[in-house]
Design a protein around this ligand. Structure first.
Ligand code: ADP
Ligand code: ADP
Length: 237
């Protein structure tokens, strides 16, 4: 369970990106974070994994307060958060399998054949994940040879590789065509439900959010202006 309380972020430029945001995400719930550009979606996601330091407020993941962690504690907390990005962030010259396993290293390896460093059980587990996301035929292909939808499937497998306790997803479909976008959203939501994993997915595509999310949180100018079931959104906004 994730609990965000009274979170604020004021950038050095003076921009107040978050103005007291509070919400909870229970296990297995998929929350779509929607709102116009500049609403604070990306700042919120980055505060949770501490790529951005919040100005005030709390972030509690399964009883651990994230906001003041540093060093080893922060690294450990981040291992509990799977990240999926809009631009996939794959290493082009590495294979699909290597990309998935590199999530475990926490840095990008620059030597070849680093697969040998991993015990067979890690490789087997990565293979099972790649099978789950529909890439069992592509494990040895280089990332550079994949389509956008396939890339995002690798991103999903990589995020799941460390058995995260929370999935943070920033505009996963922004670079995809509408049909592929629906497939990717469906896959993300399915794996979350299978694993009882809470997820926050920022999306600018409201119909897509309504189609797949369990719950919608609407942000505007750094504040929550809607929090409810997808079906309630029409009447509220
Ligand atoms: P969204 O993801 O909803 O588009 P952002 O979180 O990117 O919103 O931005 C929220 C506000 O914070 C905007 O006013 C934006 O200009 C500002 N902002 C975002 N990142 C930075 C930054 N690194 N430095 C200063 N201001 C920023
Ligand atoms: P270790 O680092 O000793 O292997 P784990 O990382 O497996 O321990 O953590 C054990 C449990 O404690 C996990 O269920 C995890 O949810 C929780 N936990 C430990 N540290 C953190 C942290 N920094 N952030 C979030 N959860 C944590």
């Amino acid at each position: 369970m994730l609990r965000v309380s009274s979170l604020t972020k004021r950038y050095k430029t003076g921009d107040e990106a978050l103005r007291g945001v509070s919400f909870e995400v229970p296990a297995g719930q998929v929350v779509a974070l929607i709102g116009p550009s500049g609403a604070g979606k990306s700042t919120l996601i980055r505060c949770i994994n501490r790529l951005v330091n919040p100005t005030s407020g709390g972030i509690d993941l399964n009883g651990i307060e994230i906001t003041h962690l540093g060093g080893r504690g922060l690294r450990r907390a981040r291992r509990h958060m799977g990240m999926i990005f809009q631009e996939y962030a794959l290493v082009e010259r590495l294979t699909v399998m290597e990309n998935v396993l590199s999530g475990r290293l926490g840095y990008v390896p620059f030597w070849r054949s680093f697969l040998r460093r991993f015990p067979q059980e890690d490789v087997d587990k990565a293979f099972a994940l790649l099978e789950r996301v529909g890439l069992s035929e592509q494990v040895d292909k280089r990332a550079s040879a994949l389509s956008g939808g396939q890339r995002q499937r690798v991103g999903i497998a990589r995020a799941l590789e460390q058995d995260p306790k929370l999935l943070l997803v920033d505009e996963p479909t922004a670079s995809l065509d509408p049909k592929t976008a629906r497939q990717i959203m469906r896959l993300i939501c399915e794996v979350c439900r299978e694993r009882n994993l809470p997820a926050i997915i920022s999306l600018h595509d409201v119909p897509l959010a309504k189609m797949f999310a369990d719950r919608i949180v609407g942000l505007r100018a750094g504040a929550i202006v809607f929090d409810g079931a997808p079906a309630e959104l029409d009447t509220a906004m």
